[in-house]
Write a protein that binds this ligand. Structure first.
Ligand code: ZN
Length: 286
């Protein structure tokens, strides 16, 4: 597990993600007066590693942090931070639900069995907190409804709650002067469900909102920053899949044929997965 601090520009650095422990990207955006950290991290160790790396490289340390959504891997690191944290009211509300949970193996198993937790996250939590499962849910200190602008001094960050299938409270962060849109997990399916899924309605609503931002770089939390061209390709695939699921009422074989005809080539695995998530999202199947 080697996590690296990457430099995107004079203003922006980020810590690379980790698969097995589900650590998402942590990013710092520095203006002339303030530095904003994007996402709290999945643990105290994760957030502390980020601060340590910034310090080692002589980068400004964050004096504010923003949480993209309530999921544990984006929020549990707040416990390590003494700086104010910002999130949507919906994120705070969802995080409140976690406060009284126990995180030992038995409690995790019980919540997986009752459908409150999912196996994917329970496994990653066990992997991240191998020795001390010292989890403390710390709530965001500043909340907003819909949208909030943070002026870092010459750099403006717009926090916009866009929702998504993945999490209703999902917020994206638009760094205006850098033309960067931090997407968090919004392009991922709903995972807290019996089957992972996308719905056509939420997907189209989300993509329309993301189109309002003029960006050259898009950051996907569990992947990496991607170019505008790569983003547009992904967005076009999601739009096409949303159209196909509606047209074929969730018939996966017909959707596959439709997408393959559209691209005029055989489909790759990622494309088939996306079609499966859309087919799973059709009401009688979800
Ligand atoms: Zn998430």
């Amino acid at each position: 597990m080697t996590q690296q601090l990457m430099t995107l520009s004079d203003r922006i650095s980020y810590l690379t993600p980790v698969g097995p422990t589900d650590r998402p990207i942590l990013m710092s955006v520095s203006g002339d007066r303030h530095t904003l950290m994007i996402d709290g991290g999945n643990s105290k160790a994760h957030a502390e590693l980020f601060l340590e790396k910034l310090k080692d490289e002589g980068k400004p340390l964050p004096d504010l942090t923003a949480v993209t959504h309530w999921h544990w891997d984006h929020s549990f690191g707040l416990a390590a931070l003494s700086i104010p944290s910002i999130a949507s009211e919906d994120t705070k509300k969802a995080m409140k639900e976690l406060i009284n949970f126990s995180w030992d193996d038995a409690a995790l198993d019980e919540r997986v069995a009752s459908g409150v937790e999912i196996q994917f996250c329970a496994d990653a939590i066990r992997e991240e907190f191998k020795e001390h499962r010292d989890i403390k849910v710390v709530l965001p200190s500043i909340t907003f409804k819909d949208e909030l602008t943070v002026d870092l001094g010459g750099v403006t960050c717009v926090l916009k709650q866009v929702g998504s299938d993945h999490a209703k409270d999902s917020t994206v962060v638009y760094v205006k002067e850098e033309k960067l849109l931090f997407l968090g997990d919004v392009t991922a399916p709903l995972m807290y469900a019996p089957v992972w899924h996308f719905t056509a309605e939420e997907t189209l609503k989300l993509l329309d909102q993301l189109d309002q931002f003029d960006a050259d770089t898009y950051v996907i939390s569990h992947y990496k920053p991607i170019s505008k061209a790569e983003y547009q390709q992904e967005a076009a695939l999601l739009r096409k899949a949303a159209a196909l699921v509606t047209e074929h009422r969730g018939d996966l074989d017909q959707m596959k044929t439709g997408l393959s005809t559209f691209y005029n080539r055989p489909l790759i695995e990622d494309e088939i997965d996306i079609l499966i998530y859309f087919a799973n999202g059709v009401p009688e199947k979800a």
